[in-house]
Design a protein around this ligand. Sequence first.
Ligand code: CUA
Length: 343
Amino acid sequence: MFGVMFACALGTAALAADPVVCAPGTEMPVMNPAIFDTASPPAQQIESMAWLVMGICAGIFVVVEGILVYSIVKFRRRKAQQGDPVQLYGSNPIELAWTVVPLLIVFTLGLVTIRVIRDVERTEPPEGAMEVVAIGHQWWWEYRYVDPSLPGGQVVIANELHVPVNKPVWLRLESADVIHSWWVPALSGKIDLVPNHTNHLWFVAEKQGLYLGQCAEYCGNQHAGMLLRVVATPQEQFDAWLAAQAAPAVDDQSVAMGKSIFMELACSTCHSVQGVSDGAFAPDLTHLMSRQTIASGVVPLTRDNLRAWLDDPQSLKPQCNMPSLKLSDNELDAVTDYLCTLK
Ligand code: CUA
């Protein structure tokens, strides 16, 4: 488990190094993927339990190794000694001690574990929770905010989940293809996203900031390139963000050429831009420019990276499902300019 945690921390280190600029003038603290730096009740319970288990294991280690070292020194073979040492059998106090003490330890750990599992794996949403549907895809995340008061009844976004700070969130986990696992260690334990089966997970982001995570179930070649980002902001800021996401795509006549290339080529059959195209296999691009990264957290979203991605996605994220459309330099610029207007 620690190996995985370490690998995850390394995987996101490049992006986590600097405070991330979310909106102009707003710097966000970054919560790294570490189970010992938590900011949500389920994650805190898992952290406390990890410390308890490690504390007990450390105690056992010290006692067992201590007795071992003592015995090696005290009962080592002496020069004058002949034959086997005296053999002892059937000491009732010793046998009782090494039966009863481990039983008590296992019993205690069992009870604590059952309690933590009951709290962490709820079957009902916490009171006042906001429900969001999370769908795992090879190799990116789709989120749906279902709310009848929104235009169209829902807002669909990709890869960067936004939540209000200090509000319970109830994630409904589904998969479009294979088994993935949603794991933002500072927020909650990991839960699998299983095809044709719905799982749930809950958390409360108690600090403002960007929480990093990682798909935690091997799901194919770009499993490591399926990074998780959760942005927790005050309620008013979240409401403004959600309203902006619910708005139709910007229609800028100055990039009509890029838009028509987007429509004529395969882009529009996979990607959805509200009011323009309705592809459902790839991330929704209606408000692409409101995100900080592309390719599910693999590279920062800049014009250069976007253009390089359109030119050859396979060089930034090998074996991802987006093909290179072999656009000319002019076409690349036109489509990049069009996408850059999708704020
Ligand atoms: Cu998705 Cu690993």
